[in-house]
Design a protein around this ligand. Structure first.
Ligand SMILES: Cc1ncc(COP(=O)(O)O)c(C=O)c1O
Length: 383
């Protein structure tokens, strides 16, 4: 049976044969073999492949930090908030412009997300605004590397240190990032990654929690698995109480099979994504439109996830024109403070207000060729 996406929308989600979709999952050519090899064993849930994936990620993308693979980036974030001891009555200063997954787990913990304004150059959290919002209830600061572009970790880590707060990096969009020649897990207390279907590396759904301090590892593992110490349980004796509230937040070996094969392609995916962003940055010359790019700083290396434009004009007309020419675009995220679950709109975020109706995301992924990117530049320049 052929499966097509469907929508009642005027513009349903685009298939590859219809043009250039905004997102497309990357599946390595050896992924099917890797998955099949797991299907032939007793381990299809959390088994040895998850261990291999954790080891491969640790070796490639951390400076020997402890980590655990999870069922999603959202799971990993929830664990990071638990391990940061975020609870009822606490406040967490967090980006307003992000996926809701950054902020919903703060509510799971009965704490309050305090939204900070954006830096208009990167659309990331503005450290100066963060500092203004610190109160005696603040427990942690969250940074998101929107589109793969790093938050200002230099300033954020100084603020976290000054006020004795945990710094949590939501790196769901920034696998492969180096900041001042460091992995962000050498800077933030906790860093989370996402391997959701459209992320640069996917496990269909999955995440990773990296801990700066390895003292959190055993607790993280327990809470990932109902609060049970799985190694102790194998002994078959009743010396294994559950004394903490745990969840079912593990990755499966099926997902890890995909992740292991995908990870081998990270450097070529990164090179292509950088090339595409560069084409957009240099090729879009329309004066009404600005491309969000990363500040070229020594020691900073990024793997762009999306390309965002700031459109100083009617972005909906631009979206329609692109769509009529076979190019999908969208907003992707909406300011979180508008959602009722977070208490409806906040009034003191002027920079967010300014871009609210102006940003638009265009395709940047492994299926987009250089010619596609040049075509998109041409269309935008003609607009
Ligand atoms: C910034 C950000 N944080 C968190 C998440 C949540 O990750 P996941 O979908 O793997 O739960 C996502 C993406 O989905 C994201 O873009």
């Amino acid at each position: 049976m052929e499966i097509k996406s469907s929508s009642m929308n005027e513009y349903p989600l685009m298939e590859l044969e219809q043009g250039i979709p905004l997102f497309y999952p990357f599946i390595s050519p050896d992924a099917k073999n890797s998955i099949n090899s797991s299907l032939e064993t007793r381990w299809i849930g959390q088994g040895p492949k998850v261990d291999y994936f954790e080891k491969a990620f640790k070796d490639k993308l951390t400076n020997n930090k402890e980590l655990i693979a999870t069922g999603s980036g959202t799971d990993a974030l929830h664990l990071a908030y638990i391990l940061s001891d975020v609870g009822p009555g606490d406040e967490v200063i967090t980006p307003v412009f992000t996926c809701t997954a950054t902020n919903l787990p703060i509510l799971y913990q009965g704490a309050k997300p305090v939204f900070a304004d954006i830096d208009p150059l990167t659309l990331n959290i503005d450290p100066n605004d963060v500092e203004h919002r610190i109160t005696s209830k603040t427990k942690a600061i969250v940074a998101v590397d929107y589109g793969g572009i790093p938050a200002d970790y230099e300033k954020l880590s100084l603020i976290a240190k000054k006020y004795n707060l945990k710094l949590i990096s939501d790196a769901a969009q920034s696998i492969g990032l180096k900041y001042q020649n460091k992995f962000t897990s050498d800077i933030a207390d906790f860093v989370i990654f996402s391997f959701q279907a459209i992320k640069t590396i996917t496990t269909a759904d999955g995440g990773m929690l990296v801990m700066k301090d390895n003292k959190f590892l055993e607790k993280a593992k327990r809470i990932r698995w109902f609060g049970i110490d799985r190694a102790e349980k194998q002994k078959g004796t009743w010396e294994n109480d559950i004394y903490e509230l745990g969840y079912k937040y593990q990755m499966t070996d099926i997902g890890a099979s995909l992740g292991l094969t995908g990870l081998k392609h990270l450097s070529s995916l990164k090179a292509q994504r950088k090339k595409l962003l560069n084409i957009y940055s240099n090729g879009i010359k329309n004066k009404k439109i600005k491309v969000i790019d990363y500040p070229a700083k020594d020691g900073t290396d990024v793997c762009p996830w999306i390309c965002t434009l700031i459109v100083n004009d009617d972005r909906i007309t631009l979206m329609k024109m692109l769509r009529n020419n076979g190019v999908e675009s969208a907003q992707v995220h909406y300011r979180n403070d508008r959602y009722s679950v977070f208490g409806s709109k906040q009034n003191d975020l002027p920079k967010m207000d300014y871009i609210e109706d102006k940003y638009l995301v265009i395709p940047l992924h492994h299926k987009v060729t250089e010619n596609d990117a040049l075509k998109i530049c041409k269309l935008i320049n003609s607009y």
